[in-house]
Structures are given as structure tokens and as C-alpha cells.
Design a protein. Sequence first.
Lengths: 375, 333
Amino acid sequence: MASVKLEGITKRYEDVTAVDDMNLEIEDGEFVTFVGPSGCGKSTTMETIAGLTLPTEGTIEIGGRDVTDLPPKNRGISMVFQNIALFPHMDVYDNISFGLRLRKYDQEEVDRRVEEAADIVQLEGMMDRMPKEMSGGQRQRVAIARAIVRNPDAFLMDEPLANLDAELRVHMRTQLQRLHRELDTTIIYVTHDQAQAMTMSDRIAVINGGVLQQVAPPLECYNEPANRFVAGFIGSPAMNFLEGEATEGGFDSQYTQIDFDPETHGVTSGQDITAGVRPEDVFLEADARKATSPTKAFDAVVDVLEPMGKEMNAYLLFDRDVEASAEGRGEGQLLINLAPDTDIAEGDDIRIVMDRENVHLFDRASGDAITHSLE
Amino acid sequence: MSATDPPGGEPADEADPTAEMVEQAGLDEPDLDRGVIEAWAAKMITNPDRAYRATFYVATIFFLVTTLFPFYWLFVVAVTPRNNLSEVGVVLPAGFNPAAFIEIFTTLPFHRYVFNSFLIATIATVAVLLVGSLAGYVFGRLRFRGRNAMLLLVLVTSFFPPAAFFIPLNRLFNTNIDVLRPLISAGSLYNTPYAIFIPLSAIFLPLSIFILMTFYSQIPDGLEDAARVEGTTRIGALFRVIVPLSAPGVATAGVLTFISVYNEYFFSSLMTDGRPGNWAPMLEGILRFQGEFEVLYNLMAAASIIAVLPVAILVVVAQEKIVSGLTTGAVKE
């Protein structure tokens, strides 16, 4: 068990910067998830921690020890890979004990540890199977057993659930959380799936374009996103964004006006700003009392309804003239969550309100958050 | 072989007009008296499978005869008694005297020659696989500036005819090098196994590099990364994970190198003085059976057959490995 510290990590390939000046401290026993779109540098960051890639600049400390120039085997880490990476020519026992045997543990110790690890991931009685004879979930469990058997200081997991089917993925997600609770070891987890990041982590590190955007507990990333990228990336369905301008009396866009006092929220009149509101913070006018602080009502047209069972997604247009984009999230469009039994139909004219308490404002030029509530 | 295999799906609409044509011909000329060849040809047209099968057997038999008959004839020569050597039969030997298979070991220590060759070929194979693995790893799995240029250079060295290297190497190996004195009594490499396996390893190395490079480049990066995180160095990952998973490629490169070195003529005949104690290879042993006044063809033939055995055994063993490696890969991938 150990803390992990990244200081000014930069990784440049010939003409691209994959990771740019990353500073991050992960505490002992913490479960931190690197999340971001594909190609954002999260895997590269993990590879530099593992030692599979050397950073162009910066230092890495694991457990207070500078490991920047150490080979992977001397860093006290273990890793679970996206493509599982079991050695196909070895059976389960040999796969799990590979690292122990390399470190010349005596046979009894190896047997004991392998049995213990196999017990944790429920692999008893499969010791002489070959990887190819096992299902995806079993192989993943072998990979996890191989990672935990050495009692490493930190686990690195690079999209370990990406190649599993949906049902198994949810199951393994719970397993991993239980594993973290049992072992109480530092886990660094990489995923592009914000749902995995939200559910499992102590803290999320959101990365985009090689730059760390925000490091915070999941709910903080959700409720107080540091910038527009985080706001749009965390949460599903994603936040609605309205492009507009700050005025004397609040926010003014082509379709909506929201009243607030610019001064108390650090906005100057005339500033280009983007308002963000999550689908669950928009209500029908009839339900306005559900909002803590409803804005005044706007006209909208129901474009498409998506009943999801426990809720219903409604894609709205502010105006019948708005051209609906394919994703339904363009300018002049709004996605809201409604109760599944709401009595509306596609094509209806409706009136909606937003909950002022949960309207976020972002500076349009920098993307930085200005406020997370207009109360 | 595939050309002689009967094609699986002969299109039905093609068979129909042929049958019709034959029927038509039968109707137009009902009492045509066909010759043997014409009748045979007509049968082939109506039933193309027969033609394919016939060609298959002809080709197979031709192949087997051209490959195996020389062996058989070697045997015929070997058992021909010494007095009848001027009139060796083609199919049946002129007399039968298998004593040649024993004489080769009594008149000359032929086993020593075979042992020399076997040892030289084994050392060369190990050296080529070791160096070839390292080079194959670097060329197959790492990206670096100048990779293609270096690969081309490796390829170019294999373009030179081995004879081009002979004169300088022979001079070099005949030079007394004082540093080598404690290791080799004369201080020069001439009359040592090094004089044969060093140049031959170098000559056969490029081919092995290319074979191994291709195999090693196909092993997923994740496996190597996993091995390195688990506790190996890059070289450890190469020999514990990448090489075992490339077993068919390693076996191929190894067998090719072994056979080439074992059978090699040019350097083998010129880099020693031909005495078995001076590491002269198997080939020299065979040539030693021709004396000043007499060429003992029966002994040469017997020696040739004995000399083939180690390679034949190796190929049979390795072939099983290659095939099993290939099929496990096919089933398990």
C-alpha cells in the first residue's frame, strides 16, 4: 500500500503531446479513476506510472520513493490490462504465480498465495485450465488474481472491463469495489466510461487533450464541474448548454432569459457565457414547485420522446423553426427528464422552467466555471 | 498439390452442356469406332474428377520417385561388393555385401566426422537463434530511427555469395592471434570448429532474423507489458513469453539453420585440413573414401546414408513440433 504522486508529468511523442504537465497526488488506499474520451492521454499517464513508457519530463513517486527511472518490475505495482493479457501458453496456476516464481518465492509460499488470490476472485478448482478454455469473465478474474497475488503497493487497471459484455461488466464492477474494500490498496483505474468512474471511485481525475481538467470526488465533479468539458463529460444524459450573453439583469440567449444578479456571481455585463443545466433540473411549468427556485417559463415543442421505464427523456425544441440535429443536442434544443407517466405527446407545445439553483455558468472563451448556482 | 486436387464445387451448368455434347456426338456418329486413347479422353471429358485424380497420382509418383530413388540407388551402391563397383546395377545391386556400413567406421573414424558436423551445426543453430531472437525482437517490436536502414543492411549482407568472404576469412583465420593462444593451441582459428561455425552462422543469420522478426512482431504488446510488470526485464519477457509463443517460427528458423550448416560444402571443405581430430566435418569424411588409385563408391554411399540420419531424425522430431505448434495456434487463437 502506498501513495502515488505525479509531478509535472509530460509525455511528448514526435509531434504530439500526449500528456501535458500532469500533477496529481493519490493517497494511500484511494480508488482514483482516470476518465476522458479516447486518445485523451489517460492510458499514457497510466503507462508512465507503470514504467512501460518513460515520461519526457516530470517525476513519479510511489510510496514516497522516486520510481521515475525504475523498470516496471521494481515499482511495486501490478496491472490489469484491457485485453486481459494472460499468457496463453501457461495454465491458470502458472499465470497467477508467474510474478512470484520470478521473485524466487519458495514453493509453499507460492501455493499458499495463489490459493488465497484464487479464493478472493472465486477461481477454485480451475488451476490447470488454459486461458483459451475459459470465458471472458473467468479470464478477467485470473488477470485480477495475478495482480493481487503479489500484494503490490498499487494496482493499475487499464479499462479492465471494456472487453466484457454489459451484464458481466456490471457484475465485475461490484466485484472490483468489494475487492478494493477487502484489500484496501491504492487503485488507479482508467476508463472512458463515466458511469464506471462515477460508481467506483473515491475521486475522479477527468482528463482531456492530455490536460488534467478536474480531480474531485464523483459527486463534486457532477455538481460542481470545474469547466465546461467536465460538465459535459460527467453525467448521462449529458448537460444541456445554452450559448448567450450576460446582461444587466442576468443571462440572455436567443431562446431563454434567466434573471439573476450578475455582480453577486462574478459576471460582467456583456460577457459571453454559456449556461449549463442538467436534464433533471428542467421541469414542466405545472411541476414548477419541484424546483427550489424556478425561473420564469419558456415555450418549447416536444420533438422526440424516449421512455426509459423509470423515467422519460424528452428532446425539446425552443421553437418550431429550430432544425433538430441528429444527436438532438444542438443549439436551440434541450433534453429533459420527465416522470414516465407524464401526459405529453411528440409535437405538443409545452412550457418549461429551470431550477435556478442548479444552473451552471461557464465563461465561453476559457470554458471555466463561473458559478454552479444562480440562487 | 492444390492444383491437382479436384475442385470442390464444379459448377452444375458447366457439366450439363458437356454431357449434352457427348450425347449429341453419340447420336450423330452412333457406330464410331474409338481408339484406346480417344475412348480414354472421352471418359475424362465426361468425368473430370477422374482426370484430376489421375494427374494427382502422376504428380505424386513423379515427386516420390525423384526424391526417393536417389536414396534407393545410394543403398544399391552401398551394398555392391567392392569387386563389382565398375558394374553397379540401377535397380538391383550386382551382389550384396552390407559390410560397407561397418567398414566406413573401421577404415576411417567416420563417426568422428559426423560428430564434428553435428556439434558445429548445433552450436551454429544455438548462436543463430540467440542472436536472431534479439535482433528479431528489436526489428519486430521496437520503433526507432534508422530501423529500416539497418534492416536493409542485414538483408544486403545475405546477398553476397559466400565465396566472396572466403579469401579474407581464410587469411584471417590463418593469422596467429596472440590473444587466442591460451584458448586455442595454435593461436589461429584454422582447424578449429570456430572457423566453420562463425562464418556460417553469420551467413545464415539474416534469414533467421527475418523469420523471427515476423513471428515476434505478431505477439500482442499487452503480453510483453504484462510480463514486464509481473517482474521480467525486456529480455526476460522475450525468452519467457514471446519466444514460447513463437515456437513454430523458432523451430522453422532452427531447422533451416541446422540443415544448412550441416550440409554446407564450401567453408566446411576449406576451413580445416580434413583430419577428423582437426574438426573436419562429415563432408570431408565422405570425400576421404576416394583414394589415389581407387574411389570406394560403396563406402561413400554408405557414409552418405549414415550422414543423412541425424538430419532426418531432427526433421521428423521438429516437424511434429512445428505442426503441433501451428495447430494449437489455429485452435486456440
